[in-house]
Design a protein around this ligand. Sequence first.
Ligand SMILES: [Zn+2]
Length: 155
Amino acid sequence: VADVYSAKQRSQIMGRVKGFGNVATEMRLIAIFRERQITGWRRKFSIFGKPDFVFRVERVAVFVDGCFWHGCSVHGTVPKTNAVFWRAKIERNRNRDKLVAVRLRASGWIVLRLWQHELKHTRKVANKVLRVLARSRHSNRRRDQYKRPAVGHRR
Ligand SMILES: [Zn+2]
């Protein structure tokens, strides 16, 4: 049987099969975490919006958004067949993303959304994650200072 699809077309098609593209991108991000020795993350941690990864201590929720499913402005394409359906579907995903971010932030989470295409740039992604983690640690420390009694204070 002749292969009717080019490699690019095939990866576009596979990327649209829900779940498939996402597992590959999650594995990619895990590889980046390992490479840069970023620890403390968990997968499938059950909170609102089901982030792909959470850093529980730092309260950072990480989402990896598929370029197709979340309508990336660079690679997001709408299939010609059933264009109306796909456009509505992607729009719903994007609205959901916004709602999830608002709800999580309201309960003290830092939300980090990464595009699937960003994962090609290992160093950039790792630095982004590290920056967010550092920001969280910093604000946690400040919160703790308010809770703690002043030095020398006795009850
Ligand atoms: Zn993209």
